[in-house]
Design a protein around this ligand. Structure first.
Ligand code: ATP
Length: 307
């Protein structure tokens, strides 16, 4: 079996003068949850829609489960679930009806009633699609993607516009998909979502891949975690450094605010607080600041992910 569920090589996609995807290459390992992370307009949706067979590559190649998403669409349809960013549902349809209809297209669908309950749509069976809230439409789209028991699902911004509780239940569902061996490709511009859910993250910007790795790997590269503390201005930073494990550094970032970097672990934290105790100085505040994917994006592009 091919260990790659998705292979994108040198993909180029343009809309008129706009180059949405600019020579993008990435792969998705079978059985992983892989996030395509990038700001609005980075080219995530265009890439995923090309993988789903809705767009033909203008240059480069795309393979999904070893097949061509356009030419082999009929063979892929029963194996791939798709959650589109903008519904695509008939506005007068009822959620139950829609899901039942879609489920009949598959050989071995999930039980529609339990899926509806699971996604908190039990109460809206008789509400037409157009009257559902944004979050309910979103969850229905997710249910539609999952009802056929796919091997691979594409989720485009699955939690955009959801309230925190609906967001958490979507995350749990993705965890369950992973546990049952389904390959999940999701796009997101929420770095916490990518960090929480993904085994592997592809960071894209302006249609190009700028970094790839596990969230742990990405956040441990380059700048280290730091300990940030507030204390009286002008402490003896050189004295503090000598009390800490080799390789540690201390800078007074602004008067009375210090950053300690190095291998941030319990020993370093203890070293810092022990030194202040020997000096008889009470710290005003101390916090371990972990590097996040937001920091990774900022380092790579000089911009915030959400800008
Ligand atoms: P978002 O999360 O906002 O959808 P994205 O990362 O998914 O962003 P795309 O939707 O793929 O990005 O868009 C990439 C670029 O292509 C953007 O500059 C966008 O304005 C442009 N674009 C996307 N779809 C079209 C279209 N149908 N016609 C013209 N330009 C488009």
């Amino acid at each position: 079996m091919n260990s790659l569920a998705v292979e994108v090589a040198g993909l180029v996609m343009r809309y008129g003068d706009t180059t949405a995807v600019d020579g993008l290459s990435l792969t998705v390992e079978t059985g992983t949850v892989t996030a395509v992370l990038g700001p609005n307009g980075a080219g995530k949706t265009t890439t995923v829609e090309t993988c789903e067979g809705y767009r033909r590559p203008q240059a480069g190649t795309v393979r999904v489960l070893g097949l061509d998403p356009v030419r082999d669409a009929a063979r892929l349809r029963p194996r791939v679930g798709v959650m589109l960013q903008s519904g695509g549902a008939w506005s007068a349809a009822y959620p139950h009806e829609m899901l039942r209809y879609v489920s009949r297209l598959y050989a071995d669908p999930l039980d529609v009633d339990s899926l509806i309950e699971r996604l908190g749509l039990g109460g809206v069976g008789r509400t037409p699609y157009r009257r559902l809230s944004g979050g309910q439409q979103q969850r229905l789209a997710l249910a539609t993607a999952l009802v056929g028991r796919p091997e691979l699902v594409f989720l485009d911004e699955p939690t955009a516009g959801l309230d925190p509780q609906a967001r958490r239940s979507t995350w749990e569902l993705v965890d369950e998909l992973r546990a049952s061996g389904v390959t999940v490709v999701l796009t997101t511009h929420f770095m916490d979502e990518a960090e929480r859910l993904a085994d592997w993250v592809h960071v894209i910007d302006h249609g190009r891949l700028i970094a790839s790795g596990s969230p742990k790997h990405l956040t441990s590269e380059g700048a280290e975690n730091t300990i940030r503390l507030s204390a009286p201005a002008g402490i003896d930073t050189a004295g503090l450094v000598t009390a800490l494990p080799a390789g540690s550094q201390v800078v007074e970032q602004s008067p009375g605010v210090y950053l300690v970097s190095g291998t941030v672990d319990p020993a370093l934290l203890q070293g810092v607080t022990a030194w202040f105790a020997t000096q008889g100085v009470l710290l005003d505040a101390i916090a371990v600041r972990r590097r996040t994917l937001e920091d990774v994006f900022l380092d790579l592009t000089g911009r915030e992910l959400r800008s």
